[in-house]
Design a binder for this molecule. Structure first.
Ligand SMILES: NC(=O)C1=CN([C@@H]2O[C@H](COP(=O)(O)OP(=O)(O)OC[C@H]3O[C@@H](n4cnc5c(N)ncnc54)[C@H](O)[C@@H]3O)[C@@H](O)[C@H]2O)C=CC1
Length: 303
C-alpha cells in the first residue's frame, strides 16, 4: 500500500510516519514538495505518485497570525484540502483529513457532538471549517477527524513551551477558563492507524466526520500544572503557576471557552477510544526521547 501524507515535520505527520511505517510505503511530502496553497502542484504530485490512500495532516496552524494572513490560511486549510479531495476521488482512493475544535464558538454547556452547528470565532477555525466543507462537497470516500489541543515532543506546542518557561521563569500565568482535552499526536496517529488497517482489511470504509480527542478534560492551567508536577519530580521546576482568565490574556484570535469534543460516535461506530489526557501525557513524558530532551534542557540551564 502506498500512503501519501502531506507535511513531513508537523507533530501529527511525524507520528503518522512512525505509526504507518509497517503498513506500506509512506510518502511524507514536505511543504517544499507539495504546497497546499498551490493547487497545480497538489494535482501534479497526486497524479505522479498515484497513492492508495491520502492523509492530509498538514495545515496552517498559527491561530493568531491567521487573523492577518486570512488568504494564506484559507488557501492551505480550505482550498488545498478541496483539491486533495478531488484528486483522491479521481483516483478512487480515500482521503483522511484532520480538523479542529476551533470550528465551534465554545458557548455550548456540554461537550460538542458532530451534528452541533459550527460557529468559528477566528480565521483559523473558519478556514478549517471551510476545508471540511470543501472536502464534503466532493463525492468520494472521506474521513474527517476533529481533534483538539495537540501536543508532542516535536514542533511548536503548549507542552514544549511550558516545559521551557517553567524551568526558566519564577512565575507564569496560565489561562484557567478555557476547557478542553490535551491530545497527544501519537494517540491520534495510533487511532488513525487502527482505522486505516480496518479499512485495508475490508471491515469499514474510511468515511464520515468524527470527534477524536483524549478522554477527560482540563484547562490550560490544569495542563500546565501536570507538566509542572513532572518537572518537580525531576527536580527541574522553577516557576510558580498562577491561574488567570482568558480576558486577562488578550490574543489576536478569540478562542472558545469550551473545546470539549464528545467522542462517543467514534466509540459507537469504530469501537475506538483515545486514552485519557493525563495517562497519555504521562506516557509521552516518559518516552525515552522525552527523558533525553529534558536532560538536554536541564544541561542548557546549568551552562
Ligand atoms: N496543533 C493543534 O493544537 C491542533 C491541530 N489540529 C489539526 O491537526 C492537524 C495536525 O496539526 P499539527 O501536526 O499540530 O500541525 P503542525 O503545525 O505541527 O504541522 C503542520 C504542518 O503543515 C505544514 N504546512 C504548513 N503550510 C503548508 C503548506 N502551504 N503546504 C504544505 N504543508 C504546509 C507545516 O510545514 C507543518 O509540517 C492539522 O489539520 C491541524 O489543523 C486540530 C486541533 C488542534
Amino acid at each position: 500500500m502506498k500512503i501519501l501524507i502531506t507535511g513531513s515535520r508537523g507533530q501529527l505527520t511525524r507520528e503518522l510516519q512512525l505509526e504507518l511505517a509497517g503498513d506500506g510505503k509512506v510518502l511524507a511530502l514536505g511543504h517544499n514538495v507539495l504546497d497546499l496553497a498551490d493547487p497545480a502542484q497538489i494535482r501534479e504530485q497526486v497524479r505522479l505518485l498515484r497513492p492508495d490512500l491520502i492523509i492530509n495532516a498538514a495545515a496552517y496552524t498559527a491561530v493568531d497570525p491567521a487573523e492577518r494572513e486570512r488568504e494564506q490560511a484559507f488557501a492551505v486549510n480550505a482550498r488545498g484540502p478541496g483539491v486533495l479531495a478531488e484528486e483522491a476521488a479521481r483516483l478512487g482512493v480515500p482521503l483522511v483529513h484532520y480538523s479542529t475544535d476551533y470550528v465551534f464558538d465554545g458557548r455550548k454547556a456540554g461537550a460538542y457532538i458532530e451534528q452541533d452547528p459550527p460557529r468559528p470565532l477566528g480565521v483559523y477555525g473558519a478556514s478549517k471549517l471551510a476545508g471540511e466543507q470543501a472536502i464534503q462537497a466532493v463525492a468520494g470516500e472521506q474521513l474527517i477527524l476533529r481533534t483538539s489541543w495537540v501536543y508532542s515532543l516535536h514542533g511548536k506546542n503548549f507542552l514544549l513551551t511550558m516545559q521551557r518557561l517553567l524551568q526558566e521563569r519564577d512565575e507564569l500565568s496560565v489561562v484557567a477558563d478555557e476547557i478542553g482535552a490535551p491530545t497527544w499526536a501519537r494517540s491520534i496517529a495510533r487511532t488513525t492507524g487502527a482505522m486505516i488497517r480496518r479499512w485495508r482489511d475490508g471491515q469499514r470504509p474510511l468515511e464520515g466526520l468524527y470527534h477524536l480527542s483524549a478522554e477527560g478534560e482540563t484547562s490550560w492551567y490544569g495542563f500546565a500544572c501536570s507538566i509542572a508536577e513532572h518537572l518537580q519530580n525531576q527536580g527541574t521546576l522553577r516557576a510558580r503557576i498562577e491561574p488567570i482568565r482568558s480576558c486577562d490574556y488578550p490574543t489576536a484570535a478569540q478562542r472558545p471557552l469550551n473545546s470539549r469534543l464528545d467522542c462517543s460516535r467514534l466509540q459507537r461506530d469504530w469501537d475506538l477510544q483515545l486514552p485519557d489526557w493525563e495517562s497519555a501525557l504521562h506516557e509521552c513524558l516518559n518516552a525515552p526521547c522525552a527523558i533525553q530532551l529534558a536532560r538536554h534542557a536541564a544541561l542548557q540551564q546549568s551552562l
